[in-house]
Design a protein around this ligand. Structure first.
Ligand code: EPS
Length: 388
């Protein structure tokens, strides 16, 4: 059985939808926990006007009865409050006449899907591309991830994130222990584990905003409580590091993914990279965790650490040069509104994507149609590891 999901919906359409499959029957599904994750995704210093319009909440349309999963596909819907301003522009049926401001986009933004998507899909209005390319889609991923998190929590697995770097601040990405990440307040402006660094990040965002510019950065997602043995070395498709990298790389604006201290490891000798193995009388131990919890594409029981590196958002208030797709004349790229940065939100999305990959790996290893059956399988496996 696989834990999988798909999303549907445009940024300014009526709603975003996700359909999740592979949730075992009987798993308690807490709607408030889904909404809490959606709320977290909307936070963060440097977010723009759209987040003032939306209050994302998920409506459960199927797959859950009396607070528990039925084992059938779960459908979640998040309404776009902004749709009321876009009813004609985003109408699914033909409209009798063009609205006064049809908001047709013909000046592609460098770094966005606009031009390549327009050419590929032969769109003369680039809105046909940007509506789906928008990071608004990630609200649906976070809703699916919130269900994955509830499955993982049943097995004592937790997933959290923090912002390790915002633009150029600080120079070296912040390392934060699990305890430090867990202690970051829900009201924190940037989900940063270092208060001084956070102040510097805020000043950096203010400066970029004043310049009509945008910033990227690095988020780190950490999973704790994982059993040894998720993923497999036996085939490239099974390797969990590859599956995680794909999931994290698919997040809007992510251009690089790192597991553990993978980037620094490349320039160190092996003696300073690999995590020495010990035994404490009942368990195997590691002196360090530079591998980030994965060896041979298999979880090794250490904290799983993955970083996503984001490029700056492509929608700039002071736009870069572009070319109008109709006139072919040089003209500044389109700008309606945007965020200065969305790194904290990307961390929440990173948590969701990691939780989904891990939930899938758990379903593959422990199967079961009901949560009780899955738990029995999990407990039997955990016992077998004690005899190893
Ligand atoms: C986003 C919604 C979008 C943007 C942002 C993320 O809303 P709108 O396009 O109406 O302003 O704020 O998306 C982008 C920056 C982008 O380039 O697509 C959201 O819900 O996260």
């Amino acid at each position: 059985m696989h834990f999988k999901f798909t999303t549907s919906g445009e940024s300014h359409g009526p709603a975003l939808v996700t359909i999740i499959e592979g949730v075992p029957a009987g798993l308690p599904i807490e709607q408030a926990a889904i909404d809490h994750e959606l709320w977290r995704r909307q936070q963060g210093y440097g977010r723009g006007g759209r987040m003032k319009i939306e209050t994302d909440t998920a409506k459960i349309l199927s797959g859950v009865r009396h607070g528990k999963a039925l084992g059938s596909p779960i459908t979640l819907m998040i309404e776009n409050r902004d749709f009321v301003h876009w009813t004609e522009i985003m109408s699914s049926t033909e409209i009798a006449e063009q609205p006064k401001n049809p908001r047709i986009v013909t000046r592609p933004r460098p770094g966005h899907a606009d031009l390549a998507g327009g050419q590929k899909y032969q769109a003369r209005d680039l809105r046909n591309i940007l509506e789906r390319a928008s990071a608004r889609e990630t609200a649906a991923r976070v809703a699916a991830g919130a269900v994955a998190k509830q499955l993982l929590a049943h097995f004592g697995i937790e997933v959290k994130s923090h912002v390790a770097k915002l633009g150029a601040v600080p120079e070296t990405p912040i390392y934060a222990s699990w305890e430090k990440i867990a202690s970051i307040s829900q009201d924190s402006q940037l989900a940063c584990a270092d208060k001084d660094a956070e102040a510097g990040m805020i000043a950096h965002i203010d400066e970029a905003k004043a310049n009509g510019d945008t910033l990227g950065g690095i988020f780190e997602v950490v999973a704790k409580g994982l059993p040894v043995g998720l993923g497999s070395h036996t085939s490239w498709e099974e390797k969990l590091d590859g599956r995680i990298a794909r999931a994290v790389m698919s997040i809007h604006a992510v251009k690089a993914v790192e597991i553990g201290t993978g980037v620094a490891n490349a320039s160190r000798p092996g003696s300073e990279v690999h995590d020495e193995i010990g035994y404490d009388g009942s368990n195997f131990t590691r002196a360090t965790n530079r591998a980030g919890g994965l060896e041979g594409g298999i979880t090794n029981g250490e904290e799983l650490r993955v970083r996503g590196y984001l490029k700056p958002i492509a929608t700039l208030k002071k736009p870069l040069n572009s070319v109008d797709i109709n006139t072919k004349e040089n003209s500044p790229a389109a700008f309606e509104r945007s965020d200065v940065t969305a790194v904290p939100a990307a961390g929440v999305i990173g948590e969701a994507m990691l939780a989904i990959v891990l939930a899938n790996a758990m379903r593959e290893k422990f199967g079961g149609d009901s949560i009780e059956e899955m738990k029995r399988n999990f407990d039997a496996y955990t016992r077998s590891l004690q005899d190893y």
